[in-house]
Ligand binder design. Structure first.
Ligand SMILES: NC(=O)C1=CN([C@@H]2O[C@H](COP(=O)(O)OP(=O)(O)OC[C@H]3O[C@@H](n4cnc5c(N)ncnc54)[C@H](OP(=O)(O)O)[C@@H]3O)[C@@H](O)[C@H]2O)[C@@H](O)CC1
Ligand SMILES: Nc1ncnc2c1ncn2[C@@H]1O[C@H](COP(=O)(O)OP(=O)(O)O)[C@@H](O)[C@H]1O
Ligand SMILES: [K+]
Length: 486
């Protein structure tokens, strides 16, 4: 897992590191990294480094200082560098002097549009970790006329460093260079950041435990359940699915199918869509009610269940079964409407709640808001459950405060029924004994991987996401040396 640290933590780490480094050293490390990345982008986009044109958008803080020093380094490689000063009276002095010494041009904001029109690359040094709100008017007008590729220093200006949210105008970067640590914006707003490149400025030893963690392929490969020589269909965990209704039989078929495709072993189904489930998935043992189903090691409850009395009793039955439960869709709505249902739960059995934003609002009584990480964390604590908040990024919070985030590759999952597939996958992982926080995070990662593999650049249905689960598991396992052996 890759760590992510909030602005406050990064600043504190930088302060500690600065006590042991000479003044200005960190900025120069950061700026040198920016210049290396800028040269790489110039080669790719302009076909040359020397004699190409770079425009620096320079704000009134250290972010602008980084851009100015990077410009000075680029001058040594023969690049024509022009700095547009957005806050001339507060421009970073040493950086400005360095760029002047190196032969860079300095212009005022009025000349910005003209120099931007000639640029091969724009370096966004408007604002970094001190950013508040969207871009101010002058910066917004300049950002609007940029046509060349954009390299953002630390983060795309106008995005919130800790939530990734954009209120008003913001830069859209092709590449963002981050210093010393990944910050929340880099994983919560990947669309604005473009490719994120890490520059080591020596912070690692000062950072401590991350505030968030990003799931990676190796994490999924390490925990995905693979049958061993001694296993049979029962020892790997039997997944129970209580989903669907006469009106929504499809949700039952999708959730059950996702559990079937995710792990070896067995899946049992309970509900009025048993016939439809059996017809599509003959390997599933399908019955009418939770009480008839036999022993399972986890339950998934909710997709297409309806919010009537039958649904409520189903939720009550699975919560009191003494096994881990993944509560999705209508089961989340039922908990929102009848919170006493949670009294049926054995407090020692893991619970995973998987709301999308509207279900979250019903459950918690407030929208997730700008800070989705804080919202998921608070809900996890309140319900003593792992809360997986769906959206472009999936945020998975444990009641103890740990948070996992998945960074999507595209938005292909924004299609009906894809959430049903996710809950089936999480249910299968829970049945295999995967701890709930990991099951939810890794399930979401492989779900997104399945979508990316199925889509390959064109829209897909959730049935295709489901069919791509084995390919996604193969793909993540292929990245792990241990995973390739079996
Ligand atoms: N610490 C270190 O060791 C290292 C730090 N490093 C670098 O320092 C950066 C942080 O620098 P920083 O703290 O000086 O402020 P920075 O982000 O440049 O903002 C400048 C000013 O902009 C303004 N402003 C705010 N919002 C705005 C908006 N929406 N649109 C427009 N303007 C806005 C606001 O001023 P205001 O006008 O509100 O007074 C603010 O004070 C960090 O990101 C990294 O690049 C690296 O060198 C590595 C070592
Ligand atoms: N714009 C998006 N980009 C990436 N993933 C998305 C996007 N919108 C939704 N998703 C993902 O798709 C799934 C949708 O789940 P859900 O809203 O429960 O759908 P349904 O109820 O139709 O099954 C979730 O895993 C969510 O994270
Ligand atoms: K910036």
């Amino acid at each position: 897992m890759r760590g992510v640290w909030t602005t406050e933590r990064v600043r504190a780490a930088e302060e500690r590191l600065m006590l042991r480094t000479r003044p200005g050293a960190l900025m120069q490390r950061a700026a040198f990294g920016v210049s290396v990345q800028a040269a790489r982008m110039l080669s790719e986009h302009a076909g040359r480094v020397a004699a190409s044109r770079v425009v620096l958008l320079v704000g009134g803080g250290n972010n602008g200082g980084d851009a100015l020093w990077a410009g000075a380094y680029l001058r040594r490689r023969g690049v024509r560098v022009t700095a547009v000063l957005l806050a001339p009276d507060r421009t970073h002095e040493e950086g400005l002097a360095a760029l002047r010494r190196a032969g860079g041009h300095i212009v005022s904001v009025e000349a910005g549009p003209e120099v931007l029109a000639e640029a091969d690359l724009v370096v966004d040094g408007i604002v970094g970790l001190s950013a508040r709100g969207g871009l101010r008017a002058e910066a917004a007008e300049l950002a609007d006329v940029v046509d060349a590729p954009v390299l953002a220093v630390d983060l795309p200006s106008g995005t919130d460093p800790d939530t990734g949210q954009v209120h008003g105008a913001a830069v859209r970067a092709d590449v963002t260079v981050t210093f010393g640590a990944h910050k929340p914006v880099h994983v919560l707003n990947p669309a604005r950041c473009g490719h994120v490149r890490f520059v080591d400025i020596g912070l690692a030893g000062e950072l401590g435990e991350p505030d968030l963690r990003v799931v990676e392929a190796a994490d999924a490969a390490a925990v995905w359940p693979i049958p061993a020589a001694h296993d049979d269909k029962y020892t790997q965990g039997v997944t129970g699915v209580a989903a669907g209704s006469s009106a929504y039989a499809g949700a039952a078929v999708l959730t059950t199918g996702a559990a079937v495709r995710s792990t070896a072993g067995m899946v049992r189904f309970a509900g009025s869509a048993a016939e439809a489930v059996r017809a599509r998935w003959p390997e599933v043992i399908a019955t009418g009610t939770v009480t008839d189903v036999g022993r399972v090691q986890s339950w998934v409850v909710g997709p297409g269940l309806g919010t009537g009395t039958d649904g409520r009793e189903t939720v009550r039955a699975v919560l009191s079964a003494g096994v881990p439960v993944c509560v999705d869709a209508d089961a989340v709505n039922l908990l929102a409407g009848t919170p006493e249902l949670l009294d049926a739960r054995d407090p020692d059995t893991p619970l995973v709640l998987t709301p999308h934003a509207r279900e979250f609002e019903r459950l918690v009584g407030a929208e997730p808001g700008d800070d989705r990480v804080a919202a998921a964390r608070a809900a996890a604590r309140r319900f003593s459950a792992v809360v997986l908040l769906k959206g472009h990024n999936t945020v998975v919070a444990d009641p103890d405060g740990r948070v996992l985030v998945t960074v999507p590759r595209g938005s292909w999952l924004a299609t009906a029924g894809s959430g049903d597939v996710l809950s089936g996958m999480i249910g299968a992982l829970l049945a295999a004994g995967t701890p709930p926080w990991t099951a939810a995070g890794v399930g979401a990662y492989v779900h997104a991987e399945a979508a990316a593999l199925a889509a390959r650049g064109a829209p897909i249905s959730s049935s295709e996401v489901l069919d791509a689960i084995p390919d996604a598991v193969r793909s993540v396992r292929a990245m792990s040396p241990a995973g390739e052996r079996v």
